[in-house]
Structure formats: C-alpha cells, structure tokens
Design a protein around this ligand. Structure first.
Ligand code: 6GU
Length: 226
C-alpha cells in the first residue's frame, strides 16, 4: 500500500519508524511519504492559512496551498482522508475497508480546518472521506492520523503473522473482548477463573462469550443497541 501524509508538522510522523509501521515499511508492504505542506505555500511569508469568510475566530487553511500539495499526489484510485472532528466516526469497519486500498492520502489540517472547497474539488474524481477518531477536539489531524494508521496497517493483507488473532479482538465481532489471564494461577490472593483451567473448550468458548457480552453491556451499552 502507498501512503502519503501532508502536514505542516512532518516531524510528528518520525514516530512511525519505531513502531509497527517501521516493520511494515521495512518489509515493503508499505511505501510511506510525508509532504511538508509549507513547501507548497507561495508568497513571501509562506503562509498556509487566512481569515475566515463570514468572520469568527481562528484561521482557515488555504485551498490554493492544499491544491498545490495534493495535485501531484491524488489520482482517481486514491482515497483522500481528511481528519476532522466534524467527520464521520472512524471505526474498526472503516479500518478494515481502508486496509484494502491501494493508495491513501491523509490531509492533516490545523487551526479551524481546511477551506471546504478542497473536499468538494477532489470528490469530483476521487473517494474523499472526512473522518473523526472520537468525540473530542484535537489541535490538528496529525495524532488522529497516527491512530488511524495504527488501526489500518495491522489489518493489511500480509502484515499480521497470525491473522486468527484478529478475529477475536474487541470490535471485530461488534463486542468488547473477554478478559485474559496468564501464569501464575494465584497472584496476590486472586485466582484465574476455574473454567480456563478445565480444558473444556466448549465451556471456555461459552464463558468468554458471556464475559464479552457482560463487559460490553457495562462499558459500551451503545454497541449492543447496534
Ligand atoms: Cl480527525 N481531528 C481533530 N483535529 N480533532 C479530532 C479528530 C480529528 N477526531 C476527533 N477529534
């Protein structure tokens, strides 16, 4: 998969070299490029934003600068992702869908966002998704992109050593994952649940499913409503 990220803070993405992503890049599953938006600014001050039409607080990122940066990257086969708290919620389902893509382009906005015509313009020939990672506001899209990439890359075909370990995770089935235990059997007066030592695979499967349901009901009742 080819991934392009455009940002005014390209250094934030240095961390990608040290985690899961470093492994994927090294193994050539991933071809990652970071573009500094500032390199596409014109004008003596290299500014990337301007005051909002209609008034209000903050600055809006310029469509001209974004057009200059994105034109060489976006093709009809690309998926252009614009991280924004005003986007649709990024979920495990979104991650699974995006893990199949050939080319992702992440356009990281700062301040009060990007001139909306950028999304409108690229939507004419390309799939554009405005995505949020949750109901809170971050200063910019960069950390949200790190979150999305961490979720997407591990689902890429060929990335996981053991794809079976994906299927029982939280959110894959629409439920939260059951609790896990390892040795020792007794620890600070707490015992591993007896059923897990029973060797009865059907009883273990059933117990884990009940735990998943109870945990989801307690922590995330909204998931059960779906
Ligand atoms: Cl994708 N961007 C920003 N700036 N804030 C967010 C977000 C994204 N998702 C939740 N909050």
């Amino acid at each position: 998969m080819k991934i392009d990220i455009v940002s005014i803070f390209p250094d934030i993405f240095d961390v990608l070299d040290v985690s899961l992503m470093g492994k994927a890049t090294a193994s050539q599953l991933l071809d990652l490029s970071i573009t500094n938006l500032r390199d596409h600014a014109t004008g003596v001050h290299k500014s990337v934003d301007d005051t909002p039409y209609g008034g209000g607080a903050g600055m809006v990122m310029s469509p001209e600068v974004w057009g200059n940066a994105l034109d060489p990257l976006v093709t009809p086969g690309s998926v252009l992702i614009v991280p924004t708290p005003a986007g649709a919620l990024f979920t495990q389902e979104t991650a699974t869908e995006l893990a199949q893509a050939e080319h992702l382009v992440f356009a990281c906005g700062r301040y009060e966002g990007i001139d909306q015509r950028v999304v409108e313009h690229y939507s004419e020939d390309t799939t554009v998704m405005e995505l949020s990672v949750g109901d809170y506001v971050l200063n910019g899209g960069e950390v949200a992109v790190l979150v999305m990439l961490e979720a997407i890359v591990r689902l890429m075909p060929g990335f996981m050593g053991n794809p079976e370990s994906l299927s029982e995770e939280s959110h894959e089935s629409g439920l939260l994952e059951y609790p896990s235990f390892t040795k020792p059997r007794h620890w600070r007066g707490l015992d591993v649940p007896e059923v897990l030592l029973s060797g009865n695979h059907e009883a273990i499967r059933q117990w884990r499913h009940e735990q998943s349901l109870a945990r989801t009901k307690a922590m995330r009742p909204d998931l059960l409503a779906d």
